[in-house]
Structures are given as structure tokens and as C-alpha cells.
Write a protein that binds this ligand. Structure first.
Ligand SMILES: Cc1cc2nc3c(=O)[nH]c(=O)nc-3n(C[C@H](O)[C@H](O)[C@H](O)COP(=O)(O)O)c2cc1C
Length: 351
């Protein structure tokens, strides 16, 4: 069996590998551009994308919206014609303006999770952009596809199915994550592959299914494809590359992490997340860390109630202040033991 290109409407990536969006600042133009150049799909995360721009302290949203164009343009310069997209979390404050800014900046596609992106189909009307929800169950897939069909007479251009071994926020409870068996996720993938056939028929086009969460080697990719998926989304592996946009310290934290250092943690987003157990996480377990200022990241966030400020802790981490930061990672991060390049990852994974 050889890998087939990933075809999403009129877009074509040589290999069916999407590099998942990683906020804050972990996947920006350097990583996304390099992945696109190697024949995958490079994804820029818009989550506080402008955190290191001069205007950020005064106006986070306006600065982020400007930075979206900057990073898409720069990614395209290195992508050599490859496919470049963005990841926008549904929970983002002013979600609509982020979606529109990405469309205006000419993104090829938008992937949206951490909630169901009901409004994405509306906000992208009139733009030539592909859209995909991230789902973790057949129920979520059915809700979003039925809603888009009924309200907007539109379907997804592809769909990302994310399992509990992923990094960042997870759409499972802590108990579900502990009790989850590999075969449970296989069944979710099979069910969604079958379910979307109805929409493929109705809209007379393919809706590729992309599997995310814990994809590490060729065997994992072959397994996902054997379940009927069309491609994979990989994030954790791309962190320990020269091209990843995070600091050296962030990458080193992955290299140093042992299996027992990777934990499911509580996040102000209201979903569990997977991260490295840093001294910061230890402090959050001991009590609330009062929020000093608000960075306008989440739509439904009350700084007085949350356990800690997620923007502050993610910015600290990406800049390299690991002890004071939240370092999201997938379950497999402990397997990474040396720095590599995007090119090397592709030569290892492609078959
Ligand atoms: C550091 C990090 C940051 C992430 N940030 C986001 C994000 O902002 N939005 C999102 O939808 N997913 C985010 N994710 C999830 C990934 O995009 C991806 O779907 C998942 O981690 C895939 O599993 P893997 O890391 O085992 O390959 C993040 C993951 C990591 C490791």
C-alpha cells in the first residue's frame, strides 16, 4: 500500500499528513510553511498569534488579526505552492473576526475545534476556503453536519476526528480518557467514515476523514488508513523540529519528558488538556492562581472564577519559561528524544 495524495476539493497535498494547529505560538509560519513545502498541509494556529508583536499589550485582538496575514504570507513564501491553512478555536473571543481575517488573508482552509463550529459555515460564505470541524464522537459529527446542511445547505470539506491521546484540549472527561481502549477510538473512526457517506452522496463529493491524536509512526498511519480514513493530523512530533516556532526550551521540555511527566490537567477553557507536569501545573493543583490581567482570548471566561490565566501560562511556556508555563503535548511526547527537521519526519513517515 502506498500513501495517496490528500485531495480536498481543488486542493491537493502530495501526502495525507496535516500538521495540527498548535497555539499559542507553537505552529506559526515557520513550521506550517516547512510542512507545506514537504508535501503535507501546514496549519498556523491563530490562538494569540500576535503574542510577540509590539501592539499586543494594548490590543490583543487587533494585533492577532494583523498577525494572521503576516504568518500566512510568510508561510506561503517558504511553502513553494504547498497547502497552508489555519486552526481557529471556536472558543476564541471574537471568533468571527478571526475567521474573516484568515479568509481575507487567503488561507486555503480553516480547521475549527474546542467546541462545535456551527457558525463557521456562515462566516466563510462568499470566500473560496475549505472548512473542517474537529470532532471526537459520531454524535458531534452528526450534529455539525446536519446543522450545516440544514442551515447553510453546505457540508464539511473534510473532517478531523480527534482521539484522547492528542495534545492540548480534549473533548473527553478525565474518566473517559483513563478508561479508553484503542478499539473504542477505532470504532468512532469507522462509524464516522460510514456516516459521512450520506453527505458525500448528497453533495456529490468526497469528504476526507482525518485521524488525529497519538499518530507517531508509519504503522499508526497505516492503521488509520485501514479503518477507512483518508489521512492523519500530527502535532506532537512536529514540535521537536528546527522549524517549530516555539522556543528551544519548549522543545527541550518535550525531549526531557518521561512518560509519568505527561498528565491530564484542568484548563480554564472548561475541557481537560494534556500537558507536561511543570512546577506551574503543580501550583495550579494547590489552589487558584489569581489573574492579574485579561488578554481577551476566550469568549466565555470570567477572570474572577478561572483556576489560572491560560494565555499567560501558554505565553510563558512558548517563550521558554517552562517552570512558569503550561506546556501542552500529546501522549507520545515522552518518545521524542532528539531534535529533528520537518524533512526528516516526512522521510520517515511517507510510504
Ligand atoms: C502544543 C499543542 C498545542 C495545541 N494547540 C491546539 C489549538 O490551539 N487548537 C486545536 O484545535 N488543537 C490544538 N492542539 C491539538 C493538535 O492540533 C492535534 O490535533 C493533536 O495534538 C494531535 O495529536 P498528536 O499531538 O498526538 O499528534 C494542540 C496540541 C499541542 C501538542
Amino acid at each position: 500500500m502506498n500513501m495517496k495524495p490528500l485531495v480536498i476539493g481543488n486542493l491537493k497535498a502530495k501526502y495525507p499528513i496535516i500538521q495540527g494547529g498548535m497555539g499559542v505560538g507553537v505552529s506559526r509560519w515557520r513550521l506550517a510553511g516547512a510542512v507545506a513545502r514537504e508535501g503535507g498541509i501546514g496549519i498556523i494556529s491563530t490562538a494569540q498569534i500576535g503574542y510577540d508583536e509590539p501592539g499586543f499589550d494594548k490590543d490583543q485582538i487587533a494585533t492577532n488579526l494583523k498577525a494572521i496575514k503576516k504568518h500566512i504570507d510568510l508561510a506561503r513564501e517558504v511553502a513553494e505552492g504547498g497547502v497552508v491553512g489555519v486552526n481557529i478555536m471556536v472558543a476564541t473571543k471574537n471568533y468571527e473576526s478571526y475567521v474573516k481575517a484568515a479568509c481575507e488573508a487567503g488561507t486555503d482552509l480553516i480547521i475549527s475545534g474546542a467546541g462545535l463550529p456551527i457558525m463557521l459555515a456562515d462566516y466563510t460564505k462568499g470566500y473560496d476556503v475549505k472548512i473542517a470541524p474537529i470532532v471526537s464522537s459520531l454524535k458531534a459529527a452528526s450534529v455539525i453536519l446536519k446543522m450545516w446542511d440544514r442551515k447553510y445547505k453546505r457540508t464539511a470539506d473534510f473532517i478531523v476526528v480527534e482521539g484522547p491521546r492528542a495534545g492540548g484540549h480534549l473533548a473527553f472527561t478525565k474518566d473517559q480518557i483513563e478508561e479508553f481502549k484503542e478499539s473504542d477510538f477505532d470504532n468512532i473512526i469507522r462509524d464516522i467514515v460510514n456516516y459521512i457517506k450520506e453527505f458525500e452522496e448528497k453533495y456529490q463529493r468526497q469528504i476526507p476523514v482525518i485521524v488525529a491524536g497519538g499518530i507517531y509512526d508509519q504503522e499508526d498511519i497505516k492503521h488509520a488508513l485501514s479503518l477507512g480514513a483518508d489521512g492523519v493530523q500530527i502535532s506532537t512530533r512536529f514540535v521537536v523540529t528546527k522549524e517549530c516556532d516555539a522556543s528551544e526550551e519548549f522543545k527541550q521540555a518535550y525531549i526531557n519528558a518521561k512518560r509519568e511527566d505527561i498528565k491530564v490537567v484542568t484548563s480554564p477553557v472548561g475541557m481537560p488538556g494534556r500537558a507536561i507536569f511543570t512546577p506551574f501545573i503543580k501550583r495550579t493543583n494547590q489552589g487558584r492562581i489569581p489573574v492579574k490581567r485579561c488578554f481577551n482570548c476566550l469568549e466565555h471566561c470570567n477572570p474572577k472564577d478561572i483556576p489560572y490565566c491560560i494565555t499567560n501560562s501558554l505565553v510563558e511556556a512558548v517563550k521558554g519559561n517552562i517552570n512558569n508555563g503550561l506546556v501542552f503535548c500529546g501522549e507520545n511526547a515522552y518518545r521524542l528524544d532528539k531534535m529533528t527537521t520537518v524533512k526528516d519526519i516526512f522521510s520517515e513517515l511517507v510510504f
